[in-house]
Write a protein that binds this ligand. Sequence first.
Ligand code: HEC
Ligand code: HEC
Ligand code: HEC
Ligand code: HEC
Length: 157
Amino acid sequence: MNKKLLTLLLAIGIAVIFVATGLYAGTEVKDNLILEDPGYKKPKKRAPKFKSLAFTHKKHMEDHKIACGECHHDKDNKPLDLKVGDNVQKCSECHNKFKKDKKNKKDIMVHENAMHQNCKTCHKKINIEAGDPKGTKGPAPYSCSKCHIPDKKKKKK
Ligand code: HEC
Ligand code: HEC
Ligand code: HEC
Ligand code: HEC
């Protein structure tokens, strides 16, 4: 009985912290971001069948120790040396094409390509360093469903 109560209280505690940090984020750099750019007016592959996983922004900055400039750059693709509190543009302000061009599938100004190249290039490297020769399996998500989580409820029907 006591153990159960303790677990319950602990769970509530964690939930409260979770909600509190979510509210705290406000205009600051959020700890976790749900990357669902409004530029995708009719997301086909993601919503409603898929939901996006939270991008652990704070963890990338603090635990994984990745410099802001690895992801944020200026109009000339020069890495930005940022501080928390600086005004930062969304990727989609420049990578503002939301449809792949059949003739130029790799066009980096296409939002999807920019996001995939940024996240996946680094994750592959991390996974190779962690011992997977192909870099597709490992601690950093690389396969589609690790980042675009299938919505089970929708699938069952
Ligand atoms: C490391 C995480 C990651 C992996 C792995 C990944 N994606 Fe993405 N993908 C993203 C992010 C971030 C976006 C941008 C989402 C946004 O802002 O709406 C995106 C966007 C997309 C989009 C355009 C948005 C939409 O909803 O239509 C498609 C399609 C897509 N991904 C398909 C795939 C497929 C297929 C794979 C596997 C081959 C894959 N992704 C692997 C992170 C990932
Ligand atoms: C691993 C990649 C990565 C790193 C490292 C990173 N960011 Fe980000 N950051 C992103 C992505 C992706 C977004 C979402 C942008 C979007 O929605 O288009 C974002 C969003 C932001 C936003 C909100 C922008 C907006 O308009 O909503 C701020 C502010 C920000 N980052 C600041 C920083 C600072 C300061 C650092 C370094 C201390 C940093 N970031 C490190 C990837 C990163
Ligand atoms: C101010 C405009 C601007 C913003 C904001 C921006 N980019 Fe870019 N990005 C560019 C330009 C310009 C290039 C270079 C295109 C080229 O080489 O043809 C580029 C190139 C890239 C590349 C290719 C990198 C390389 O070295 O080949 C990736 C990946 C990328 N951006 C991801 C992102 C992500 C992720 C974000 C948001 C966190 C972002 N960009 C925000 C303008 C921007
Ligand atoms: C420059 C390197 C780098 C870039 C760029 C990067 N990541 Fe990561 N990511 C990492 C590292 C390092 C880990 C931790 C792997 C481990 O657990 O050892 C990680 C882990 C993750 C995780 C698992 C949760 C966590 O934080 O441990 C998610 C989700 C994730 N990344 C999403 C993304 C998305 C989405 C993007 C693109 C917007 C991105 N990452 C860009 C380096 C990067």
